[in-house]
Design a protein around this ligand. Structure first.
Ligand code: DAH
Length: 342
């Protein structure tokens, strides 16, 4: 080996810098533009052709050794506070990681679950692709009911018995068919209707459904449970009002309004100057439905209710356009990131 290269190699190998500036000097001394190793590369063309290859390899070895030393000390100095006045700022924020959060609809669904879990309700689930029996027939929908119409329901062309569920009431049927009373359950999920998408309506939305079946369940139980629910979700001052309504699967049926929490019942834009906001549908489970689901209506009675989660969420967060829940726009969704629960 060329003597000059040999001694340079030893020099490089035995180098041990005290700090970053030593290391910087070393780098310039050997690998800088006019550095010792760099200059050797320049000498290549003066080397006789037959030994040029060996020479080249040796100089490369030198360069690699120098680089190895630079890399290992750079890492060492990065990881420790050095003594020459320079220091690594250990409090410096690291690169920003985007931490996601729960979707507002999920936050509200979980809150509703929590409210009902406190009074002994369990959570149930059911499929989004349903058959006619669970979505309509067992719930007492007559053959000619408009909800079965192609305008409202997404049917499967090749099998009219299969549809995307239009409401979560289908889960009620599944629970009643498979469980013995007493039943006290709550379930939520996506539902589908063939609607034109606007700021107020969407072809996909979410519902929460509640069902309570036992001996001697009365309308008073329903009303008190709904009052408890409304006050837990919207605040103690909330009042409820039940208006007579119609659903094929409940008798009697009602729609529930809550007092508008924007104007405290005085009347405003949000409640259309009525002081009340419609929140859910409910009623006593029709004895015919109990029988269709295999429950003896002479022994048992029960109530049910169902509500749109988008409607609840809009009421709580005062968002105006239902489409925002489905657009996945981070600028909208990230506003709820810090919440994760209500
Ligand atoms: N399924 C009804 C709908 O989608 C909502 C509903 C009303 C559910 C009354 C119920 C109920 O359980 O008792 O409009």
């Amino acid at each position: 080996m060329n003597e000059n290269i040999k001694s340079l190699y030893q020099e490089i190998e035995s180098f041990s810098p005290e700090n970053k500036s030593d290391l910087e000097k070393f780098k310039i001394h050997y690998l800088g533009k006019k550095g010792k190793v760099t200059m050797l590369f320049g000498e290549m063309r003066n080397i006789p052709a037959e030994s040029r290859k060996d020479f080249g390899q040796e100089v490369n070895r030198l360069k690699n050794k120098a680089q190895e030393i630079i890399d290992s000390y750079t890492e060492k100095f990065e990881n420790e506070i050095s003594t020459d006045g320079e220091y690594n700022d250990l409090t410096r924020p690291t690169s920003y990681a985007h931490i996601g959060g729960l979707h507002p609809l999920t936050i509200v669904t979980q809150k509703i679950y929590d409210i009902f879990k406190k009074i002994g309700f369990t959570v149930s689930e059911g499929p989004e692709i349903e058959d006619d029996w669970h979505n309509f027939s067992a719930l007492n929908f007559p053959e000619e009911h408009p909800a079965r119409d192609m305008q409202d329901t997404f049917f499967i062309k090749t099998n009219p018995d299969i549809a995307l569920r239009t409401h979560t009431s289908s889960i009620q049927v599944r629970v009643m068919e498979s469980q013995e009373p007493p039943i006290r359950t709550i379930c939520a999920g996506r539902v589908f209707r063939n609607e034109t998408i606007t700021a107020r309506a969407h072809c996909i939305f979410h519902q929460v459904e509640g069902l309570f079946i036992d001996k001697d369940v009365s309308f008073a139980d329903l009303k008190q449970t709904l009052l408890y629910f409304a006050q837990e979700l919207f605040g103690e001052q909330t009042k409820i009002r039940l208006r007579p309504s119609y659903f094929p699967f409940t008798e009697p049926s009602a729609e529930m309004d809550i007092s508008c929490d924007i104007c405290n019942g005085k009347g405003c834009n949000l409640c259309k100057y009525t002081g009340w906001v419609e929140i859910l549908g409910c009623g006593m489970v029709d004895p015919q439905v109990l029988e269709l689901c295999g429950i003896d209506s002479k022994i048992y009675s029960g109530y049910a209710f169902g509500m749109g989660i988008e409607r609840m969420t809009q009421q709580i967060f005062k968002t105006k356009d239902i489409r925002m829940f489905f657009e996945n726009d981070i600028r909208f969704l990230s506003q709820f990131n810090s919440l994760n629960s209500l």
